[in-house]
Write a new protein. Structure first.
Length: 267
């Protein structure tokens, strides 16, 4: 089965912009491209930072933009979000008994577990956490999977990326998460947002992938402190295939308008 992965949409009000870019227009373009090229996708997941400031009007704007797609969409929270404002606009979003935006999606024989790493009181600011209640829910959900292959999705990476500024604001209790993962042999993939770049690797034995945002990106400044650098690069999205053999992660950047199509004899 096929999953479309978006992240870091950072919506502002309809006429607002970030570094001169309109996040709503950028998101609409990514959605249109994804649906055109992958109409068979079972679901779209957006890995958090749905809005830039967590304002009610920004979540209303998100709902308006998402109305253009018929594929089911799972929404997750990131550090730029506000849980109460999100729930007010999307009361239909699945939540746990503790009030966190977490749920499970069945994709054939695979299970996608969507986690809520938002922390309103984060220190350092913009870092993430999976609190005791969220970790307890995850343990029960992994037990309920009964050995079926599981992919964990969360906004904050529980691993280093080499982007020092972003690494400073990753998931704070990554050791606890990896200890739990180690108890289950069926966690086969991690999908994360937050860093606004396409990165793949392995963390303590578990493969991971991060994705570009739909609007602005983080420049490739390895070893540079600070997380407030942004650059106008093409937005992108992920295409994740769940097969009998495992998980395949593709990434697609939106080509500039008018870019030539490569003919079949160029390779």
């Amino acid at each position: 089965m096929k999953l479309i992965v978006l992240t870091d949409t950072h919506l502002v009000e309809a006429d607002g912009n970030i570094i001169g870019l309109n996040p709503s227009e950028r998101l609409a373009g990514v959605l249109d491209h994804a649906v055109e090229h992958h109409p068979d996708a079972a679901r779209i997941v957006i890995l958090g930072d749905l809005t830039h400031h967590g304002r009610p009007a920004q979540y209303a704007q998100l709902r308006d933009v998402l109305a253009r797609v018929d594929i089911p969409v799972s929404l997750m929270l990131g550090n730029h979000d506000d849980r109460a404002a999100f729930i007010a606009e999307f009361p239909e979003a699945p939540m746990t008994a503790s009030g966190h935006v977490q749920h499970v999606v069945e994709l054939g024989s695979h299970r996608l577990i969507c986690l809520d790493s938002f922390d309103a009181d984060a220190t350092p600011r913009h870092s993430g956490i999976l609190c005791e209640a969220r970790m307890a829910w995850l343990r029960k959900t992994l037990e309920a999977a009964d050995g079926a292959p599981v992919t964990l999705a969360l906004h904050h990476p529980p691993f280093l990326t080499g982007l020092d500024g972003m690494d400073d604001i990753r998931l704070r209790n990554e050791d606890e998460l990896h200890a739990l993962i180690a108890e289950f042999s069926n966690v086969v993939q991690l999908l994360c947002g937050h860093v606004h770049r396409t990165i793949s690797g392995g963390a303590r034995g578990t493969p991971y992938a991060t994705f570009k945002g739909t609007c602005h990106q983080t420049p490739m400044y390895l070893g540079v402190a600070g997380s407030d650098h942004s650059i106008d690069e093409a937005g992108g999205y992920g295409v994740v295939l769940f097969t009998d053999d495992g998980v395949i992660v593709h990434n697609d950047d939106l080509a500039p308008r008018g870019a030539p199509t490569v003919d079949g004899h160029s390779a």
